[in-house]
Design a protein around this ligand. Sequence first.
Ligand code: B12
Length: 385
Amino acid sequence: MRVINRTIERERLSELAEQAGLSITGVGPADSFGDGLADVLVSRIRNGHLDGFPWFTEDRALFSTDPRNLHPTARSIISVGVPYWMPDIQHPNDGVLRGRISRYAWGRDYHKTIKQRMKHLHQLLEDELGRSIEARLLVDTARVVDRAIAARSGLGWYGKNTMILVPRRGSWVMLGELVVDFDLQHDIPLKPKCGQCTRCLDICPTGALVDDYTLHTPSCISFLTIELRGTIPREIREQMGDWVFGCDMCQEICPYTNAAYAEDEPTFRPKSIDHAFPPLHWIISMDEEEFRAEFSGTAVMRAKWEGMVRNAVVALGNTGSPDDLDVLERVLSTHSSPIVRGHAAWASARIDRDLVRPLLKRSHERETDPHVLEEIETAIKAPSA
Ligand code: B12
């Protein structure tokens, strides 16, 4: 007769998770987070810190503070993390003008990887318990607050950059959760360890970390390059530097994250160095089909083709030289997207305002889109550097 285990010891859970490719776990209750989290979320919304996300409403925020809203039979939450620090891949410094893609998006889309591994763990747990388990497998749904769950389950602690820092891995860890219908021994939450350090706040080029543990989303380079459709506010473009997808600056500067040890996670490896540090001219010259062929299956798809080309144009404006003006002139006169053409007007003026004024005037005569005309007029009028 088959012996049915009714509980799973914490150590055994770690073994099963490891088997499923989930080397980092924490376990916590499935109870409501109560007013503490609700108050933070609502105050962030009311202070405009989540502007730009029309879906991040107060109702949705309140819903997300109780995991049982998603899954009424929930008893425990297994918080999982997949680490992705790979120090052997560095900016090539080969004289090619390159942008930067944030590390989490270099390889296969993490949603797929984590979901697949959580499904495997779900299966292993069912085999272990000898029954079917009601579970919800969550990555990034925003129907729960991944980081709040990770902190409560002892997987890591909140840094002042709002990231979850995992012992020995820093914040180079993507998160997911299995909400399950049985009791598990809980882990103890870890104490925040930032102390007096404010390096992440100090380094953020756009000042998006407005206070300890507080991110002003509309200024975050991650938001601007990934989520924002349309026009990037002009006054912030210079600060975006060479980031074309996401930003890692508040993580790279963190002493704990800096001390992360290397992981062998092939799933986060880029197809080529160009998929981590893409040549800007390469991105700018891509059509939609080429973009899809190069980046499908990665998280970069989220920015969409038009967004990625727009971002590369801004990065070229920030890092290019008069040698790049030919490319920008071509974009300004032939690109099918008015958003991209508008940013190209800005980028060419950013490189050399005096040199490009005649070109901008010519483009102005040809252009018909009101948004692009406004960008060209502003670029022409801008005072010389
Ligand atoms: C929306 C979103 C974004 C938005 C907005 C970020 C934001 N303000 O939350 C944008 C597009 C800007 C973004 C950027 C990034 N994101 Co994001 N994002 C999310 C998403 C979908 C929801 C986050 C959310 O609910 N925020 C709500 C706000 C209110 O939370 P918060 O500002 O962090 O506030 C919390 C803390 O500050 C803390 N807190 C507040 N006061 C205090 C006081 C003390 C003393 C302490 C200790 C804590 C504390 O409590 C608050 C509530 O949890 C989650 C996935 C998910 N479903 O949870 C991923 C997620 C948070 N993102 C993630 C990542 C990796 C990133 C980027 C690094 C990507 C990149 N390289 O470009 C950047 C990092 C920017 C940053 N410093 O946060 C990971 C984080 C992993 C980790 N180890 O922490 C997540 C969890 C996705 C995942 N599945 O792994 N993201």
